[in-house]
Ligand binder design. Structure first.
Ligand code: MLC
Ligand code: AMP
Length: 505
């Protein structure tokens, strides 16, 4: 393999210098060439410099998908600073934790999210500057001086990406530029991503899937992406019908909705070079129906915030439904016994571990959590359970960590429980994930109430001000007591079984 650039932004700058006119982004009828995006990114880098943001300092992006999101992303790296992407659905409790933990000095936001952020600003003394896209960003850039280009080094910290934590508070995964480059290079090679590709990118840019796969792959190869603010099945179907897209990446819920869309229409999109699914399990039934209606076999892959992409079905060769294929080139994977930690034989279920240059550098200010998951030998414990077949296809069978994945978003039960415990009338609560047709899993709560008048709707709505909407319980069941083991620990599997069967005790 040719020598890699030290960072994705370095690859991007290379394309912008060589072919400034080449289309990079299409967004709501506006075309952004590589040259135009670089100019905007450098403007942002200069403005950060003027603001006194120096190497290693943290800049948060708390805004919806737009070219300015990506200009600010690249610009922050061009200033040597560190990106903290923030889920746009986050509410005050989540924002307070992330901004405080990461020590954010500057945040780019948009009109829709700004009020939520302003609502917690008083408790965030380190947050000096909030810039709003639109006029606010134009003014911010106009006040900046010239920019002198300094590209980041591979060992520099690029992103701190927050991910669910076992204590209920999310942890910041530290990704170095070289981790991100190693992963995107492996992804582009495996999926034959080339300059002539056009990705239809409707995933949120604040997560790994949209950002370090979708946007990074585009910048790394010098390709183009049609960026949408959000996923809308009708709009996506219409774009696919036009026939200029070569790749689409989605979480399984997006595929479920595309299938529904296809069933209601007579016209079918023509062949597409590559459909990729990930972030949650794609059901073999959806895989089969997609092949029937769209004539394409979806390529399923497996990744996570701490590592980027780990396992992939092959581009050429058999894409096996219900599996996530094998390791990308240059990366390793194995299955280890959850207790024994010994490497298991094919078909035996254990915890999946991965190793390679793509693996993150640890959790921000959490050496304890880093030590728990990242061994001195470089193997990272993913917390996912699975097995590998004799011929090297991995299957994810469950999770060693207590996590709910709803529509590709992670929900850690403890976080929801902590909020619900303060709901008047709630004595005890246990949150679990239940199967859901639309989102794969849904958040459900078993509640012991000390006020018999407490209604389920009140409990469901109680989280609204504190937590992102997708973390809100979609089902609440009142029970006399929670099932506990001899040590008094709530037995979540019994709660789950009880909720499925309609009773908990
Ligand atoms: C939105 N809602 C959800 C939800 N998304 N509820 C449960 N689960 C979800 N995932 C709720 C909102 O709170 C709101 O309810 C209502 O649905 C409408 O909101 P919306 O914004 O219109 O949502 P919708 O169109 O339904 O969004 C579905 C979706 C979205 C699939 C388009 O969830 C999405 O973009 N998911 C992608 C997540 C992603 O990128 N994951 C990658 C993580 S990286 P209310 O009541 O609050 O108003 C990773 C590593 C890897 O995992 O391997 O890739
Ligand atoms: P995140 O922490 O948001 O990066 O989510 C990563 C988690 O998503 C992984 O640890 C898995 O549990 C899950 N995941 C990602 N891709 C897949 C997949 N193809 N099948 C099953 N689970 C997946």
């Amino acid at each position: 393999m040719a020598e890699l650039p030290a960072s994705v932004v370095e690859a991007f700058v290379g394309h912008a210098k060589r072919t400034p006119e080449r289309t990079c982004l299409l967004f709501e009828g506006d075309e952004w060439s590589y040259g135009r995006l670089l100019e905007r990114a450098e403007g942002f880098a200069a403005a950060l410099g003027r603001q006194g943001i120096v190497k290693g300092e943290r800049v948060a992006l708390f805004l919806g998908n737009s070219p300015d999101f990506l200009a600010a992303y690249l610009g922050t790296h061009l200033a040597g600073a560190v990106i903290v992407p923030v889920n746009t659905a986050y509410k005050r409790t989540e924002l307070r934790h992330i901004f405080d933990d990461a020590g954010i000095r500057l945040c780019l936001t948009d009109g829709e999210r700004r009020p939520e952020l302003e609502g917690v600003r008083e408790s965030l003394p380190e947050l000096e500057t909030v810039v709003e896209v639109g006029e606010g960003m134009d003014k911010f850039l106009a006040e900046a001086g010239p920019y002198k280009r300094v590209l980041p080094q591979g060992d520099d910290l690029a992103n701190i990406a927050y991910t669910s934590g076992t204590t209920g508070r999310s942890k910041g995964a530290m990704l170095l530029h070289r981790n991100l480059v190693a992963n995107v290079a492996a992804v582009c090679e495996a999926w034959r991503w080339e300059q002539r590709d056009r990705l239809l990118l409707t995933l949120p840019l604040f997560h790994t899937h949209g950002l370090t796969v979708g946007a990074h792959g585009t910048f790394f190869t010098g390709a183009s992406a049609e960026l949408h603010r959000r996923f809308d099945a009708d709009a996506v179907y219409n774009v696919l019908l036009v026939g200029e897209t070569t790749m689409f990446f989605g979480v399984p819920t997006m595929y479920t909705r595309l299938l529904r869309e296809a069933r209601s229409r007579d016209e079918r999109p023509g062949p597409l070079r590559l459909y990729v699914a990930g972030s949650a399990p794609l059901s073999p039934a959806a895989f089969a129906e997609f092949e029937e209606l769209f004539g394409e076999r979806i390529l399923e892959r497996y990744g996570m915030t701490e590592t980027g992409m780990n396992l992939t079905n092959p581009y050429d060769g058999e894409r096996r439904p219900g599996t996530v294929g094998g390791p990308f080139s240059g990366q390793e994977a194995r299955v280890a016994g959850v207790k024994s930690r010994e490497v298991l034989e094919p078909e035996e279920v254990g915890e999946i571990e991965v190793r390679g240059a793509h693996v993150f550098a640890g959790y921000w200010r959490r050496p304890d959590a880093t030590e728990e998951s990242l061994g001195a030998d470089g193997w990272f414990r993913t917390g996912d359970l699975g097995s590998v077949s004799d011929d090297g296809y991995y299957t994810i069978t469950g999770r060693a960590k207590e996590l709910i994945i709803s529509g590709g978003y992670n929900v850690y039960p403890r976080e929801v429980e902590e909020v619900l415990e303060s709901c008047p009338g709630v004595a005890e609560v246990a949150v679990v994930g239940l199967p859901d047709e639309e989102y794969g899993e849904k958040v459900a709560a078993a509640v012991v109430r000390d006020d018999p008048g407490l209604e389920a709707g009140k409990v469901m709505d109680f989280c609204r001000d504190d937590l992102a909407g997708y973390k809100r319980p979609r089902e609440v069941v009142f029970v006399d007591e929670l099932p506990r083991n001899a040590l008094g620990k709530v037995q979540k599997h019994l709660v789950r079984e009880g909720l499925v069967e309609g009773e908990v005790n």
